[in-house]
Design a protein around this ligand. Structure first.
Ligand SMILES: *[C@@H]1O[C@H](CO)[C@@H](O)[C@H](O)[C@H]1NC(C)=O
Ligand SMILES: *[C@@H]1O[C@H](CO)[C@@H](O)[C@H](O)[C@H]1NC(C)=O
Ligand SMILES: *[C@@H]1O[C@H](CO)[C@@H](O)[C@H](O)[C@H]1NC(C)=O
Ligand SMILES: *[C@@H]1O[C@H](CO)[C@@H](O)[C@H](O)[C@H]1NC(C)=O
Length: 591
């Protein structure tokens, strides 16, 4: 060992006569023989010392993950291959490149982790000699060619992790001979053709991840018999046909989103009690929603299909853990069942873009954990229930493009975390609640295409993405107070009855890029705005006497218009993903 310490990289604090006291060295307590070396994140750049480590005949594991090693010396393979008891090798997260070395010896090696490197080429026989291999992790490398089938002659492999490489071709039938496999991850490769039909014969399989490939054909019905299978993901492929009946019988998590699956959802699909997460987003599924739902369901995503019929009122009565529910972009009809409010854990409810109608149930006010409520693009009518003011955690409220009437309840201004309030395209009347400025996290307020009237109150100073009051019945002068909205980028006042002159202090809004005043009986001269402010004023009596000072005016959008719009797009994407609510909150609180 002392010979070793003399030859080690200077970074290693290995001095003193007792190696068992050295950092990263583990010894057998009984006889002080060195059994493990863990040099994870020691900033090592040179692998020259590795063959020396192999002189430790008692070594059981070596972890050099999270360093800057760019090669494995030949001497390491020949020397360490002789160690009788070496069980685990971890080269994860280094800078290894070139071909995968051929492992000779290593008779006891059970776990080989070479993930997060840049190793390339095909895999033939390089690892077939590892007769004890149970765990193989080669994720995040640059491997090409067919999936390897020679994975240790004695066929005891349990974990096969090959995701995020460029493997192509078919999933080989030979893999099914590794009967001990419990975990297969082939995500994000270029695999094509169909899955071996008898894949379900891998009776110990617990996790099967095939996401983001070019696989096609049907989901094999044999998987229904994989009694240990808990997590199955085959999203982002080209699977067709219908969902096999019984597929969820033993699963806790199923993701078949972004395929071309068709036909109805089997009636017993959601009922198995262990089921927690189901994602069928973006397929061509039709028929009605299942009525029996696992009481342990946590996330359900059925968006962007052709599902029809009602939202069954009994279905969600007992589903107390349900946190994400997305049924958007289908052809669902009828009203929102009040029983949905029993799912008190709901954080995200997206029923947008269906044919739902009727009044919004007051019981929605019981969903006090909700962060995102998207009911836009339906045919809801009646007033916005005042109980909506109880949803204190709301960040996004989208009720746009419905047939809602009555006035905007002032209770809405209790929602102090709200970032996005979309009420455009309804029949809302009356005036904007004077307390609106209490929404001091609001980034975007869309109230266009309603019948709003009256005085415009002071707006929240946090407004950034847009303030849109277009297509309403506002009249009188443009309020001076807009001038203090120092983060606001887009102000749309078009198609109202605003009259008089443009207040001078609007020219002091530092973030403004678009001011849309079209179709208002405004008059007078347009004051001088900064370069980069696009003032749209068709259909007014405004005169622009400084056209050359304002070259961008009336030429439409600038490129890469604003940070705020990017945030909006980003947060909408996050919402669609459904899992990033906390991130959303945090990022918006710190804008
Ligand atoms: C040390 O003790 C362990 C059992 O505690 C044994 O397996 C191992 O072979 C011993 N090593 C040496 C070098 O004696
Ligand atoms: C290898 O090391 C990485 C990083 O330290 C760790 O996350 C991973 O779990 C290790 N692999 C195995 C198989 O223990
Ligand atoms: C709100 O609904 C409108 C459709 O009326 C849609 O364009 C917009 O993306 C939605 N925004 C969010 C954050 O839900
Ligand atoms: C303002 O809202 C109206 C009605 O919803 C919409 O048509 C218009 O595009 C919006 N203005 C901007 C600048 O987005």
């Amino acid at each position: 060992m002392n010979n070793l310490s003399n030859n080690l990289p200077a970074r290693l604090p290995w001095t003193g006569s007792d190696p068992c006291a050295w950092k990263g060295v583990s010894c057998d307590l009984a006889n002080s023989s060195v059994v493990g070396i863990s040099l994870s994140a020691f900033s090592l750049n040179s692998s020259d010392f590795l063959p020396l480590v192999c002189k430790i005949e008692t070594l059981e594991y070596l972890d050099v993950s999270q360093n800057h090693l760019s090669s494995i010396p030949d001497g390491f393979i020949t020397e360490c291959g002789k160690i009788k008891g070496l069980k685990r090798l971890n080269f994860s997260d280094n800078l290894l490149e070139g071909f995968l070395p051929t492992f000779l010896g290593f008779d006891a090696l059970e776990s080989l982790d070479m993930s997060f490197n840049a190793i390339w080429g095909t895999i033939g026989l390089q690892i077939d000699g590892l007769v004890s291999l149970k765990i193989l992790n080669l994720t995040f490398n640059e491997f090409t060619g067919s999936l390897p089938t020679k994975l240790g002659k004695s066929m005891v492999l349990e974990h096969l992790l090959l995701s995020n490489n460029s493997f192509d071709g078919k999933i080989p039938d030979e893999l099914l001979s590794y009967e001990n496999l419990t975990w297969i991850d082939l995500k994000n490769n270029r695999l094509s053709q169909s899955i071996p039909t008898n894949i379900g014969k891998l009776s110990k399989l617990e996790t099967l991840i095939l996401s983001t490939n070019d696989l096609n054909g049907e989901i094999p019905t044999s998987l229904v018999n994989a009694t240990k299978l808990s997590r199955f993901a085959a999203n982002e492929n080209n699977f067709t046909g219908s969902i096999p009946s019984g597929i969820t019988k033993y699963l806790t998590s199923l993701d078949l989103s972004y395929n071309t699956l068709s036909g109805p959802i089997p009636e017993d699909f959601l009922s198995p009690p262990q089921l927690q997460v189901v994602d069928l987003t973006n397929n061509m599924l039709n028929g009605s929603l299942p009525t029996k739902v696992s009481p342990n369901l946590f996330r359900l995503r059925f968006g962007s299909n052709q599902l029809s019929g009602n939202i069954p009122s009994k279905a969600f009565e007992e589903v107390h853990n349900l946190t994400y529910l997305e049924l958007d972009n289908n052809i669902l009809m009828g009203s929102i069942p009040a029983e949905l409010s029993f799912s008190k854990s709901l954080t995200l409810l997206n029923l947008a873009q269906n044919r739902l109608s009727g009044e919004l149930p007051q019981e929605l006010g019981n969903l006090t954990n909700i962060h995102v409520l998207q009911l836009q693009l339906n045919n809801f009518s009646g007033a916005i229930p005042t109980q909506i003011g109880q949803l204190r955690k709301l960040i996004i409220l989208n009720l746009s493009r419905n047939s809602l009437s009555g006035s905007i309840p002032s209770e809405i201004t209790n929602l102090s975390f709200l970032n996005f309030l979309f009420l455009q395209g309804n029949y809302l009347s009356g005036s904007i609640p004077t307390s609106i400025r209490l929404l001091d996290h609001l980034l975007a307020l869309e109230l266009g295409e309603n019948h709003l009237t009256g005085e415009i109150p002071s707006m929240p100073l946090s407004l950034q993405v847009t303030l849109n009051l277009s297509n309403n019945l506002f009249s009188g002068p443009i309020p001076n107070s807009f001038g203090s909205l120092s983060s606001l980028e887009i102000l749309d006042l078009s198609n109202n009855g605003f009259s008089g002159r443009i207040p001078d202090n609007l020219t002091n809004m530092p973030a403004l890029t678009r001011l849309i005043l079209s179709n208002n009986p405004l008059s007078g001269e347009i004051p001088k705005f900064n370069h980069g402010v696009n003032v749209e004023y068709s259909g007014t009596n405004l005169k622009n006497n400084t056209p050359q000072e304002n070259p961008i005016a009336n030429r439409g959008f600038k490129n890469g218009i604003s940070v705020a719009v990017a945030i909006l797009v980003g947060s909408v994407a996050a919402t669609l993903l459904g899992g990033f609510i906390t991130l959303l909150v945090v990022s918006h609180l710190y804008i």
